[in-house]
Design a protein around this ligand. Structure first.
Ligand code: SF4
Length: 491
């Protein structure tokens, strides 16, 4: 996957926006965490908050009040590190003001920029006390203790197994409150080496958590009020975790096991690689009412020539056949995708092949980007880079087609009754917002006490990116796995 697709939504979230509740304990040390990038960073920030919570920290939305500021960074965007340095400049001033008032502040940089830049960060920005990569979050208390002793801490070793083990230990302790829909990372890293992507370099090789670790954490999340879990992985359907008897499980079997957990009514997973859509996973879409009818399945290009240059390891025909098998198992599934336009060497014909693929598949939504060179990736040094104006024109054309398909998909929900998990307050008073089974935001007139419940909703109006609906079942929570049934009943 590219990981760009979710960064818009997740960019620059603070703990409270992520659903991590600010703690009212007056004497607790305060942590301000800013999360950039993909859902995996959102999950990592939640887990860091859990670790810090057990160390007596509480979350704050105000940087000025924070004893500890953590920037959980993302390396996908262009100039990502420059943005981090400019934010660190702002933080330096706040730290100086706090020092004048006799208050300390520690500053940490986490995430992929930390992993990529290492001690260059504390060299360029002396305000930073600790730099740590995505594999070191479980060691935060120890790293903080070192940093508060005055040492500049840089911890960017890769030891994904150890991280998951320690985070799993933490999972046995109470977690901070989660929103009704939350993420759970099951897999990290990627072995695919698509030629445009930095992930295999920043997150390392594929590592899967064990069945027991995942089930323990999912049960605890359900007990803390989570109704919907999205399993996360850079290459989530490559997950192959060990079961109790030493057998290796695939994602389909894991989803079946998670569907048995009381209180867990909805399951999703992202992001999948077409080559790893195993039969048992496709069958799970056919059999599990808890598995929502939505699948993000990036193809990136519709041209075999470009797919080969991208090292995607599949052809357009293989992708079409896969889509057919998925739709046969789950006819109502909403398919989503990622596209990169203007990859080096992309001709007009290659681009038209992509447009043709989109027309044939018909997506419910998609994320699309102009190719941009990522230092250290093979694509960055390919000779036939496409001019910016050509990329821009192609992107515009592609996005228009996708927008039309999204509008058509949304319009097909008009008048339908579906189950909506209510997740948060809406923009207007007396409005709440939830998600349809197909991952569309749905705004409904209703009170905040509906948050965390699943409601039957009639879709009454369609907008460009969201739906509007009205409750048809009063305030009754639709408990149970059949509430979101997507095999012809229920929606
Ligand atoms: S290298 Fe891995 S993470 Fe990056 S786009 Fe390819 S499959 Fe996805």
């Amino acid at each position: 996957m590219t990981h760009r697709q979710h960064q818009e939504a997740a960019d620059q979230t603070t703990p409270a926006q992520q659903g991590v509740q600010a703690d009212a304990r007056p004497n607790a040390r305060k942590v301000f965490m800013r999360t950039y990038g993909c859902q995996m960073n959102v999950y990592d920030s939640e887990r860091m908050n859990d670790v810090l919570g057990t160390e007596g920290f509480s979350a704050t939305d105000s940087m000025e009040d924070a004893d500890l500021v953590i920037l959980n960074t993302c390396h996908i965007r262009e100039k990502a590190s420059e943005k981090v340095y400019s934010e660190l400049g702002r933080i330096r001033k706040i730290k100086e003001e706090r020092a004048l008032a006799g208050k300390d502040m520690m500053v940490g940089v986490a995430g992929c920029v930390a992993q990529a830049e290492g001690d260059e960060i504390s060299r360029r920005a002396p305000v930073v006390d600790l730099v740590f990569g995505p594999q070191s979050y479980h060691r935060l208390p120890e790293l903080l203790a070192k940093a508060s002793g005055g040492a500049k801490v840089v911890e960017t070793e890769f030891d994904i197994d150890a991280k998951f083990e320690h985070l799993s230990e933490r999972a046995a302790r109470p977690v901070l409150k989660r929103p009704p829909a939350a993420f759970l990372t099951v897999q990290e890293g990627c072995d695919k080496f698509c030629t445009f992507c930095v992930v295999p370099y920043t997150r390392g090789a594929e590592v899967s958590r064990s069945v027991e670790q995942i089930v323990t954490e999912a049960k605890q999340m359900a007990a803390s009020g989570v109704r919907e879990i999205t399993l996360l992985g850079q290459n989530v359907n490559a997950w192959h975790g060990l079961g109790a008897n030493g057998e290796t499980w695939g994602l389909g079997r894991l989803l079946r096991r998670l569907a048995e957990i009381d209180g867990l009514d909805r399951l999703r997973y992202t992001t999948s690689h077409p080559r790893d859509m195993a039969d048992d996973l496709i069958e799970a879409h056919r059999d599990l009412a808890e598995l929502m009818p939505y699948l993000h399945l990036p193809v990136q290009s519709g041209s075999d020539r470009i797919l080969a240059a991208m090292n995607r390891k599949h052809t357009r025909d293989e992708y079409f056949r896969l889509v057919d098998r998925i739709r046969e198992a789950a006819p109502d599934i909403a398919l989503s995708c990622d596209f990169i336009v203007g990859f080096p060497g992309e001709t007009d014909q290659d681009f038209q092949d992509t447009m043709d693929l989109i027309r044939r598949v018909e997506y419910g939504s998609a994320f699309s980007f102009k190719y941009s060179q990522r230092p250290g990736t093979p694509g960055a040094t390919m000779s036939d880079q496409v001019p910016e104006d050509v990329k821009s024109a192609r992107l515009l054309e592609l996005q228009e087609l996708i927008a039309n398909q999204q509008t058509a998909f949304n319009a097909s929900r008009q008048g339908m009754t579906c189950n909506v998990l209510i997740e948060r307050k809406g923009r207007h008073a007396g409005q709440v917002v939830g998600k349809s089974p197909w991952l569309q935001p749905v705004a409904i007139d209703g009170s905040e006490d509906l948050i965390g419940t699943i409601q039957a909703v009639e879709i009454t109006r369609i907008a460009a990116n969201s739906l509007f609906g009205r409750l048809i079942a009063g305030h009754h929570d639709l408990i149970g796995s059949t509430a979101d049934g997507h095999q012809g009943g229920g929606i």
